[in-house]
Design a binder for this molecule. Structure first.
Ligand SMILES: [Zn+2]
Ligand SMILES: [Zn+2]
Length: 187
């Protein structure tokens, strides 16, 4: 939804604090001998985020009524401060990730997994803000992300739903190839 500058940018204060606190709390609850396995739970959370990012963007932001309208507003006005308010994303992460993960895997690994997901989310909002608002040097990874996201804005439902990586678009064959799209349009 359309946010005030304060509610848009406050994510960049709240999320680093949330990630740090969760990481610290989880580590304090984990014996040093288990830190290696704990790190794997964080990595699993981060990897799960990339999958969630793709699926949420493809199916929720582009199809669910009401949410779709808000996402369309971002497609139409890319520089507008449109996003998910922090209170909502925090509740969703707490209810859909933290609680079930702690229930299934215990506090230490459940909080580690949630920290990984939350790091992924922070990276996602940062990259998505960056590709629309920052000047990015050509030849960098971030420039590639900017280019593929610009193609998503142009071709919309056709693909490039991943924002922080193109991995899942390759897996689900929604990677946009501009030359193929041009050929398809000319037929
Ligand atoms: Zn965008
Ligand atoms: Zn989109």
């Amino acid at each position: 939804m359309r946010l005030s500058a304060t509610s848009y940018y406050v994510d960049y204060v709240i999320y680093p604090v949330a990630v740090t606190s969760l990481t610290a709390a989880a580590l304090l609850a984990t014996p040093i001998a288990n830190w290696g396995v704990w790190l794997i739970s964080v990595a699993a959370g981060a990897a799960t985020w990339t999958f969630a990012e793709y699926q949420l963007h493809r199916w929720v932001l582009h199809h669910v009524p009401y949410i779709k309208e808000m996402h369309d507003a971002h497609h139409d006005d890319q520089k507008a401060l449109i996003g998910t308010p922090s209170w909502l994303s925090l509740i969703l992460i707490a209810v859909l990730v933290l609680l079930p993960a702690v229930w299934l895997a215990g506090f230490s690994y459940g909080a580690g997994f949630t920290a990984g997901i939350t790091m992924g989310y922070l990276l996602y909002i940062t990259v998505h803000h960056g590709v629309h608002h920052w000047r990015i040097r050509p030849g960098t990874y971030m420039y590639r992300l900017k280019h593929r996201h610009a193609l998503h804005h142009h071709f919309n439902d056709a693909g490039n739903f991943g924002v922080t990586s193109g991995f899942w678009d390759k897996v689900f064959r929604t990677d946009i190839d501009p030359r193929r799209m041009a050929r398809r349009a000319s037929h």
